[in-house]
Design a protein. Sequence first.
Length: 363
Amino acid sequence: MKLFLKTFGFTLFMALFVSCGNADDDVNLNLNFGDGLGKGVPVDDCLGLEEGELVLSIQEEFTTLPGKVSIFFRVSDTDGNPVPGLNADQFTIYEQGRNDDCFNTISTSESFARISPNAQIFSNNTLLVLDLSNSVLDSSLEELKIASTSFINNVMPDTAQESFQMAIYWFDGEDELHLLNELTPSRQDLIAAIDGITDDISSDPSTDLYGAVIKSTDIASNLIRETTTGGKIGAASVVIFTDGTDQASRFTKDAALKKVTDADSNISFFSIGLGSEIDTQVLTDIGKTASVFATNKEELEDTFNDISEKISERANSFYLFEYCSPKRDGSGINNLAIEVKTGSREGAVQTKFDAKGFEGGCN
């Protein structure tokens, strides 16, 4: 039975590989956050695989001589939830050449199959945007600092990596998105910046929520442009916290929501609301990827943790899977299927590659 799957995906470092087709046609620097298999197709009936609960979405496939095939994809379940933490042993490779009636299983050990690090091809930036208007400073600052620190610890890797960075901004009623800490891979620097927030940081008691949304989206858009260069792909997450509604009225709700709606598809939006004075519908629209709400300041850390978990799982469900193919120069275009199993769940996807120039010696 053919697999009809849905999920998201990713792209790959162009300078390191030779694409499996025409580069102008194949390269797509937009993450696929909607339905579909990316560049993959349902697996051929001859393999006899039943429709599974896991979804593989291919964003790019590459070959590099003497015979390496590299596939960049994301794994999710059929509800779109990311599936992080898989390893090479959980994947099975099938190849079908022009002389094969169906696919042949390729040994993962003999083909040196592996999950490779994403750092060389992936730049993931997070913008934490905090409402530091008077209502927060007067009543929930310490809880916000604890929640933000927990968020940083959960999102940022234990060991600093240039491919995972975060910046912290804050807003009040001024027509400015204030920088608290510049983009950095250092967890310690970010936590120190949070620790340094005092209750006299703001002198404007109003709340420019819509301005913060617009300005942070512009910053994220610039980061995408800067990091999606030289064959790399950039992704960004905007996380906005507030305990109220827009009071400054400097920008309209429609302008803010249009900015979010029209943003680059590689930008994810999350919102966190606190208390009874928030507009949950507006925050849900702003946090189009996910939004959470705390009824009181004691719940604030849990809500921040909910969002940090979603961000981490999202980033860690992308895989660069590589193996050395036994196909050789002259074999032409070959079909490739990848199956993944974890526990009782499984899924598969099919694509193809050109073995032009392939020879032995790949490792």
